[in-house]
Ligand binder design. Structure first.
Ligand SMILES: C[S@@+](CC[C@H](N)C(=O)[O-])C[C@H]1O[C@@H](n2cnc3c(N)ncnc32)[C@H](O)[C@@H]1O
Length: 278
């Protein structure tokens, strides 16, 4: 197998683009396979950089690999790879925050559900994830490298310190666990903190919660003032719908003096459903 991965010294890291690169073949293979086999699948990779994970995904048999990279140095190097020339690798030099994912999947001839596997730039990882969670029809399994604390916020359950909006939104549509934790020294240049790969697997369609927009409003309000009782933290949101927060909570069989961190996924769903009907 040809290895056209440029070496780190050829392209100094750009801090503003959150560039911390992986070169260890074992780590790259484990990341590529963290969400399951990629063989014969269409995969999206955001931020391929010098292409270590890209090469691992191709070596593991991804049928179509769609890469979105903001840095023109890396995008143009990847465009010269033989897989890009023969169409198996599709490179888009773009800002991933501005991508219409459904249209690039169609344009590149990919098949759904599409896996998303990426070592994400720290500053854009969370908004991208929230965007993908809200996308129902084309997204499949995801294996996403974040700073460890963000990965912990994604997989957290009720009553734990990292439980918040991100966990509530994630568990509305996916199961999630941490597959791999990496020390700063695994990257070049090393970041300041540890990193971890969060694996998200879509729930069966009948187990998914459809109204993520309302769920996001409820969880954002509830955790926005996480030390407050729910009757206080949800007061302003309830008012926008002309309802009383205490009555709303009681109608959902939730103690109005409880705090957001104790609510289960089902209780958040019930709150969102009731609010949407108000
Ligand atoms: C943490 S590095 C990962 C690089 C490579 N995947 C690896 O594991 O070695 C993040 C990559 O995302 C790219 N990037 C940063 N912001 C981006 C954006 N908004 N859209 C697309 N790519 C972006 C960076 O240029 C960089 O290549």
């Amino acid at each position: 197998m040809t290895d056209n991965t440029p070496r780190f010294t050829e392209a100094p890291a750009r801090k503003a683009l959150g560039q911390h690169f992986l070169f260890d073949p074992d780590i790259l293979r484990r990341t590529a396979l963290a969400a399951g086999p990629v063989e014969d699948r269409t995969v999206i990779e955001v931020g391929p950089g010098p292409g270590g994970l890209t090469r691992a995904l191709l070596n593991e048999g991804a049928a179509k690999l769609i890469c979105v990279e903001a840095d023109e140095r890396f995008a143009s190097a990847l465009e010269a790879w033989p897989e890009a020339v023969n169409g198996r690798l599709c490179v888009y030099q773009r800002d991933a925050r501005k991508i219409n994912w459904a249209s690039i999947i169609e344009e590149s001839g990919g098949s759904t559900p599409v896996m998303i596997i990426a070592n994400l730039p720290y500053n854009v990882g969370t908004p991208l994830l929230v965007d993908w969670l809200k996308t129902g029809d084309w997204r499949g399994e995801m294996a996403l490298m974040f700073q460890k604390e963000v990965a912990e916020r994604i997989v957290a359950g009720p009553g734990t310190p990292h439980y918040g909006r991100l966990a509530v939104l994630t568990h509305a549509v996916c199961e999630a666990h941490i597959a791999l934790t990496l020390p700063p020294g695994a990257f070049r240049p090393p970041p300041k903190v540890e990193s971890a790969v969060a694996v998200l697997t879509p729930l069966q369609p009948d187990k998914r919660f459809a109204d993520l927009a309302t769920l996001e409003k409820v969880s954002t309000a509830a955790f926005g003032q996480r030390r407050k009782m729910l009757r206080a933290s949800l007061k302003a949101l309830a008012k926008t719908r002309g309802i009383d927060a205490t009555e709303w909570l009681e109608a959902c069989n939730i103690d109005p003096t409880a705090r957001a961190e104790t609510l289960t996924q089902q209780e958040f769903r019930t709150l969102a459903e009731t609010l949407a009907r108000a």
